[in-house]
Design a protein around this ligand. Structure first.
Ligand code: AMP
Ligand code: GLY
Length: 434
């Protein structure tokens, strides 16, 4: 007998306060059957979402999140960011019987430890650059001396996207090693790193939803990591994105499923890990095929904002089914045809220290094909919306082609204003003709 179709959860909690969580809350609140969505702690944008409520609970407050789940009879928790996942929030809630979309601390090591992830990839035969783990400065410097060429230097722990140096020279690689052991990213004591061969090619992000046994592929997406136009300047969390990425057609996606995602899931299972959440593969499309640059244990930001408008109304049921380990009974997730374009507006100074507290004025009227998702914003006691972080908001638009989608997104962005607003005008340059 076929299992009964999983319905949607009526009461959902989204943990986190960025643009990704605003997009998740928006998408889940639109799903038939979802009656109410809470966001903890949310931001100045989630405060305005219809059917959505804010909870002033920090991501790190596991006991507070569990108490809220009990009090509000939450049926599904979706954890947005990596830090609470790596800290075991999903384990804490699951052990109390709450259904959680997001891996436990064991599975979150895919992102939280580069050494662990590289070892798992090697064991699973997943294509990725050759690497050398090192647990002391002397060990790392000895590898560099033996290789006599600049390798990519990666701090082992969560470093908010800032722990990687693609060194051009040996001296730069040595300096990056010394910085890691001097404690720039974490406690220098006990720090470790990975030295990696440099690979070449365009980068693309692939996301799969996982219930511990099965995978559901989402459209691929392309992020823009650098602050400056022409992909220049320092790395950021991401200044814009588009989906689906034409670089990876259906055949390419199937190849990634076969060579990367399925072997990774098998290796997780072999370690006794019941992985229920997103597997995000950051890939480089090299001459010899897709190669994994990194895994993340959550949706990308701003890829999530870009993808959510393309996903069908089954999303809540599908995430719930993943959380319960029951994708078999879930409806198929429909993917809307067309293109999605996302442009991020950041505060002056980003990705360094930024000015904050400026009022955000917006005349943007969201529609079925145009969305405004807040990230670093908050409400003043009087209700005004103020900037409060590096990436302040994202404008996302959909259309039949990328030119029209980006025109719509930039048109939307032109209706938003805050002092010091910074954005790239060339997001999607790879797929736009004007
Ligand atoms: P990550 O934080 O692991 O995403 O790395 C940040 C960026 O560093 C990636 O998006 C790539 O552009 C670059 N990168 C990481 N690993 C490599 C590598 N093995 N070869 C070349 N570039 C890399
Ligand atoms: N946009 C890249 C990330 O979320 O890691």
């Amino acid at each position: 007998m076929a299992p009964e179709a999983t319905p949607a959860p009526a009461r959902v909690l989204v943990v986190g306060g960025g643009g990704r969580e605003n997009a998740l809350a928006w998408a889940l609140a639109r799903c038939p059957g979802v009656e109410q969505v809470w966001v903890s702690p949310g931001n100045g944008g989630t405060a305005d979402l219809p059917g959505c409520h804010q909870l002033a609970i920090a991501e790190a407050d596991h006991a507070g999140q569990l108490a809220a789940c009990r009090q509000l009879a939450i049926e599904l928790v979706v954890v947005g960011p990596e830090a609470p996942l790596a800290a075991g929030l999903a384990d804490h809630l699951r052990s109390a019987g709450v259904a959680v979309f997001g891996p436990g601390a064991d599975g979150a090591q895919l992102e939280a430890s580069k050494q662990w992830a590289k070892a798992l990839m090697q064991e699973a035969g997943v294509p990725t650059a050759g690497y050398w783990p090192a647990s002391s400065e002397a060990e790392a410097l000895a590898v560099l001396a033996a290789q006599a060429r600049p390798l990519v230097v990666k701090a082992d722990g969560l470093a908010a996207g800032k722990g990687v140096t693609v060194a051009e020279t040996l001296a730069e690689a040595r300096a990056a090693v010394r910085e890691i052991f001097a404690g720039r990213f974490a406690d220098g004591e006990g720090a470790s790193l990975v030295l990696e061969e440099r690979t070449h090619g365009p980068e693309v992000s692939v996301f799969a939803l996982c219930d511990g046994n099965q995978l559901v592929l989402l459209p691929s997406a392309q992020d823009h990591k650098r602050i400056g136009e022409g992909d220049t300047g320092p790395n950021t969390g991401g200044m814009g994105a588009y989906a689906p990425a034409p670089l990876l057609d259906q055949d390419g996606l199937e190849e990634v499923l076969r060579t990367v995602l399925m072997p990774t899931l098998a290796a997780l299972q072999a370690r006794g890990i019941d992985y229920r959440g997103v597997i995000y593969a950051g890939l480089m499309l090299t001459e010899t095929g897709p190669s994994v640059i990194e895994f993340n244990c959550r949706f990308g930001d701003p890829e999530c904002e870009t993808l959510m408008p393309l996903l069908g109304p089954e999303l809540a049921a599908v995430l719930w089914a993943c959380a319960k380990g029951q994708l078999d009974g879930a409806p198929a997730l429909t993917i809307q045809p067309g293109c999605s374009a996302c442009v991020v507006a950041a505060a002056q100074g980003y990705p360094g220290s930024v000015r904050q507290g400026d009022p955000i004025e917006s005349g943007l009227q969201p529609s079925d094909t145009l969305q405004l998702f807040h990230a670093g914003s908050r409400r003043s006691p009087g209700g005004a919306c103020l900037t409060s972080g590096g990436r302040v908001l994202a404008v996302v638009a959909q259309a039949d082609d990328f030119d029209s989608a980006f025109e719509r997104a930039y048109g939307g962005l032109a209706q938003v204003r805050f002092a010091g607003m910074t954005f790239r005008r060339d997001i999607g340059h790879q797929v736009r003709s004007r």
